[in-house]
Design a protein around this ligand. Structure first.
Ligand SMILES: Nc1ncnc2c1ncn2[C@@H]1O[C@H](COP(=O)(O)OP(=O)(O)O)[C@@H](O)[C@H]1O
Ligand SMILES: [Mg+2]
Length: 301
């Protein structure tokens, strides 16, 4: 099959591994920098151009879209969808996953455990907002942050109010969340492929940071998920319309709580730590799904 990996970083671990796994299985694979693609549109003829040439005869697209290029990257994915090319993450699911509020709404609708969350912009209501999530300390997140950047722990009501006001004057959308104290500094990343958890790691911050993102210096170790945790990750993936994704969860006193679902999750730490061939599983799934014909997004939000 002809596989295209849409990635800005050909040397990036995940991109390299996906490429390797595809080659091992006898497929043709190209890494295309979506940021350097352009599209042409005319009646019934959606074309993607890269390095001056039309990208043709593609069977599978594997999008690895950076947060900062969500709009442009997803429109390139959409262009392939318009050509009926199978993609491991649909353009609409990518865009959806990049919006924390939209994600929280979908997860809560699907009956999945999440930290209690408030989204507001009325400055006069700040005190009420803090009370609604159980009082300080609270977590405040910008709606489009990633890698732990844009996630703040406000220890006191005063600090929370100041942070919210700062975001407000800057016009940044944010959400206020109950602080999951019992497992602060630790979270679980479950990689889901074809609706099933294929690898899971626990990430722990090394210092006293409450954020466990590996980009913030967190380290990972393999972890055995309970059936409830597996089910939760799988359900979260389904609720977001993603068949290949990374689900972040925290272990709380009331069970697993989903923080976010990543549509371009890195497979680096999970593969290196668990030694599972996640890349191979993604390629196997993509090939089988592409043969079966593409499915429509039915999330409706
Ligand atoms: N409600 C919360 N309570 C405690 N810790 C949290 C909470 N939300 C996030 N964190 C910590 O902050 C990290 C980053 O939060 P997350 O929502 O995943 O944002 P990002 O998209 O920036 O990774 C999480 O991995 C977790 O360790
Ligand atoms: Mg995260």
């Amino acid at each position: 099959m002809n596989i295209v990996i849409l990635s800005k970083g050909p040397k990036n671990y995940t991109t390299r591994r996906l490429q390797e796994a595809a080659v091992e299985r006898g497929h043709n694979v190209r890494v295309i920098n979506y940021a350097k693609c352009y599209v042409t549109l005319e009646k019934n003829n959606p074309v993607v151009v890269y390095n001056g040439e039309e990208v043709k005869n593609v069977d599978i697209v594997i999008p690895r879209i950076a947060q900062s290029l969500t709009k442009y990257g997803s429109s390139i994915v959409r262009q392939f969808e318009m050509q009926n090319v199978f993609t491991t993450a649909s353009s609409i699911a990518i865009v959806r996953s990049r919006d924390k509020l939209r994600s929280m709404q979908l997860l809560s609708k699907a009956g999945i455990g999440i930290p209690k969350t408030v989204f507001a912009r009325e400055t006069a209501e700040f005190e009420n907002v803090i009370e609604r999530v159980g009082g300080s300390p609270v977590i405040i997140k910008v709606a489009r942050g990633t890698h732990g950047n844009g996630v703040v722990l406000a220890e006191t009501k005063k600090a929370a109010k100041a942070v919210m006001q700062a975001f407000y004057v800057e016009g940044v959308n944010f959400l206020v969340q109950e602080f999951i104290e019992e497992s602060a500094g630790t979270d679980i990343r479950a990689l889901v492929v074809n609706g099933k958890v294929v690898a899971a790691i626990e990430r722990k911050s090394l210092d006293d940071d409450f954020r466990s993102n590996t980009h913030q210096g967190g380290v990972g170790r393999p972890v055995r998920l309970s059936d409830e945790e597996k089910r939760t990750a799988q359900k979260a993936a389904r609720a977001m319309g993603l068949t290949v994704c990374g689900v972040d969860m925290m272990r709380s006193d009331r069970g697993p709580l989903v923080l976010e679902v990543n549509s371009s999750a890195s497979i680096k730490t999970p593969e290196l730590i668990t030694k599972y061939d996640v890349a191979g599983q993604i390629i196997d799934y993509a090939v089988q799904a592409a043969k079966a014909g593409r499915r429509k997004d039915k999330i409706g939000a």
